[in-house]
Write a protein that binds this ligand. Structure first.
Ligand code: ATP
Ligand code: MG
Length: 144
């Protein structure tokens, strides 16, 4: 699933995330970019639902990573908003998850360009109005 999508409500963004999740494989890395409040976390909520993950998705901003188990594949939800730079990222031990067997979805992945290069998917969010968002899904790695 790739291309440019437009959503008119948080629910539509969540549903798009659920649809997107069906094309994901174990071990893949998904980088999300876009301004504050443009729907990244809402999209992850849809991915979690699509994978059948247990637990409610909330922003991991204060914890850096939330792990959702119980679905078809483990989901690692990472938020780099408060990460200072590559050194801090390295010290946080996140690579263990990112290169692990689950699916990693990383908010603010564009803060670390080297990490963005590692992503199998890059999803870019833009505000297009009060409740309108443009969501561009790009596949980076080759087809399976
Ligand atoms: N079409 C839409 N899609 C998603 N969210 C929308 C939409 N329209 C309005 N919203 C609102 O925008 C906000 C999106 O919040 P969300 O936490 O998903 O953003 P975020 O990109 O994760 O922000 P942050 O960078 O702070 O983590 C919510 O308050 C939601 O209700
Ligand atoms: Mg968020």
């Amino acid at each position: 699933m790739k291309g440019v999508y437009s959503t008119d409500s948080p629910q539509e963004t969540e549903d798009l995330g659920a649809e997107f999740s069906r094309g994901l494989y174990a071990g893949e890395i998904v980088g999300l970019s876009g301004d504050l409040g443009c729907g990244k976390t809402r999209f992850v909520k849809g991915i979690a639902r699509g994978l059948g993950a247990k637990g409610c998705v909330k922003s991991p901003s204060f914890t850096i990573i939330n792990i959702y188990e119980g679905g078809s594949i483990e989901l690692y939800h990472i938020d780099l908003y408060r990460i200072g730079g590559a050194d801090e990222f390295h010290c946080a031990g996140l690579e263990e998850f990112i290169y692990g067997k689950g699916i990693s979805v990383i908010e603010w992945a564009d803060k670390l360009p080297a990490l963005l290069d590692e992503c199998d998917w890059v999803v870019r969010f833009s505000h297009r109005g009060e409740s309108k968002r443009e969501i561009e899904i790009e596949r980076r790695s080759g087809p399976r």
